[in-house]
Each structure stands twice: as structure tokens, then as C-alpha cells.
Design a protein around this ligand. Structure first.
Ligand code: SAH
Length: 250
């Protein structure tokens, strides 16, 4: 997969290339991340990329020309498939979820656009961007951290990037539930034992226990997720039992 990121602060992305899993994925050719400075696409001698909003108001907006030209330059250099998403990171976008990460991981190429200051000229949204993503209901100073969040969530789903290809499937949110609790050695730490069932070697019972823990945890912390989670009849029955004895939910 190739991911091209357009930003005014390319240096912020050094952190991506230098960490273990990303570095290995890049070395193995599983992901190729291109960072482009929007400022390189401004033509005046001061490399101006922002301007005052028409109609007045506080703050500066990113001008449309350098952003359009940066995306066009990427398209010309890489020749991405025509369905390549051009994603604007914005607090006004759709809230980013695991299902979006899974959907985006199916593409061979993504283009991410980081805003700054007060945001970007509306024509970028209207005529260049194909989707808008928000990483949460709060406002950041720029889209860089948001682009890194999206990139991280997508890249770890590319087959081969994580040690074992199976591991993302059990993660929280993958099937609409939070993950069950996990323990490693020692079996007893300061008198706090690992649940006995995990030491039993009985895989069917462990799987059942984990499923029930995931259901209980989701019911307790994020009951909203149960509306859309993939549940079978047994799950629904267990949730009803939990609701009838809420004190034992976890
Ligand atoms: N005035 C804008 C906010 C600008 S914040 C508004 O009210 O919508 C500056 C930039 O930071 C944005 O252009 C966007 O790229 C990024 N940003 C801020 N909060 C974000 C969030 N929650 N998710 C994704 N990107 C965000």
C-alpha cells in the first residue's frame, strides 16, 4: 500500500518511519509512505500557503492552489487507481472507526490531507476531497496527528505487518465488541491470580469465557456498541443474563 500525506509540517511524520512495526513494514515493502510539503507547491517567492477568510473572522485558511497542485503532482507521479480516496482530516468529518480502517486497508493507495490554522478553503472539500474523517469530537491545531492515527490504524491491518496475521481480528472493535481481558506470566502476581480457566488448557471453555468477558466488558463500558455488534443467539441470551444481575457484569 502507498500512502501520500500532504502537510505543512513534514517533520512531524519522522516519528512514523522510525518505529518498529512501521520501519519493518516499510523495509519489507508492505507500505510506502510519501510525505509532501504543501508549501513546495506555492509559487510566490515567500511560499505563502494561507490567507484571510473572505467575510472576515479570526485566523487564516489554507489556500486552494497549493493543495490542488500537491494532489495533482502526487497523482502524476504515482498514477494511483481512480478510486483512490483523497481524505481530508477535519473535526467536521465522519468519526473514524475500526470499520473505516478495515475499508481503507483494502485500497492500494490513500492520499491524506492535513489542514492547519482555521482549516482549508471550502473548494478543496467540494472538488478535491472524496471523504472527510474526524478522529474525535475535539479540535487539534493541525491534521498531522489525525493523519498519523488513521495511517497507524490502517497499516497494522495490512497482511504481514503485525507478527501474526490473525491478531487484528481479536482486537477491540474488530467484531463490534471490546476485547476480553488478557494476562501473561506470572500466574500469581502479588496475590492477584490469573483466572483459573486460562490455565486449564481447555480451548473451548477458554473461548467461551473470552466471548462472555468481551460481552460483559462491552455492556459495562460501551453499551452503544452492542447495537451494531455481530451477536448470535447465545450472546444475546448471555447479555440478558448480565442485565438481570448487573453487579456481576465483570
Ligand atoms: N476551524 C475548523 C477547525 C480547524 S483545526 C473547524 O471548526 O472545523 C485545524 C486543522 O486541524 C483542521 O483543518 C484539521 O485538518 C485538523 N483537525 C483538527 N481537529 C481534528 C479532528 N478532530 N480530526 C481530524 N482532524 C482535525
Amino acid at each position: 500500500m502507498r500512502i501520500d500525506i500532504l502537510t505543512l509540517f513534514p517533520g512531524m511524520f519522522d516519528i512514523l518511519g522510525g518505529t518498529g512495526i512501521f520501519q519493518r513494514a516499510a523495509e519489507q515493502g508492505l507500505v510506502d509512505i510519501g510525505i509532501h510539503n504543501i508549501r513546495d507547491y506555492s509559487h510566490d517567492k515567500h511560499h505563502v500557503v494561507d490567507d484571510y477568510p473572505y467575510g472576515g473572522g479570526a485566523g487564516m485558511l489554507l489556500k486552494p492552489e497549493p493543495i490542488f497542485e500537491a494532489v495533482e503532482a502526487v497523482r502524476q507521479a504515482v498514477q494511483p487507481p481512480s478510486d483512490t480516496p483523497v481524505i481530508l482530516l477535519t473535526p467536521q468529518g465522519c468519526p473514524f472507526r475500526q470499520a473505516d480502517a478495515q475499508r481503507l486497508a483494502q485500497h492500494s493507495h490513500l492520499i491524506l490531507l492535513c489542514g492547519h490554522y482555521e482549516g482549508v478553503d471550502e473548494r478543496v472539500r467540494q472538488h478535491l476531497v472524496t471523504e472527510e474523517i474526524s478522529i474525535g469530537d475535539y479540535v487539534l491545531t493541525g491534521g498531522e496527528l489525525a493523519a498519523m492515527v488513521v495511517t497507524d490504524a490502517v497499516v497494522r491491518l495490512i497482511p504481514g505487518v503485525l507478527g501474526s496475521e490473525d491478531s487484528p481480528q481479536d482486537d477491540s472493535h474488530s467484531d463490534g465488541l471490546l476485547e476480553y481481558p488478557q494476562y501473561t506470566r506470572p500466574a500469581d502476581y502479588r496475590g492477584w491470580p490469573v483466572p483459573e480457566i486460562l490455565l486449564s488448557g481447555n480451548h473451548a471453555q477458554i473461548a467461551r469465557w473470552r466471548r462472555q468477558q468481551a460481552l460483559a466488558r462491552t455492556l459495562q463500558r460501551r453499551p452503544d456498541l452492542l447495537q451494531t455488534a455481530e451477536l448470535d443467539a447465545k450472546d444475546i441470551q448471555y447479555i440478558e443474563e448480565l442485565k438481570s444481575r448487573p453487579d456481576e457484569a465483570e
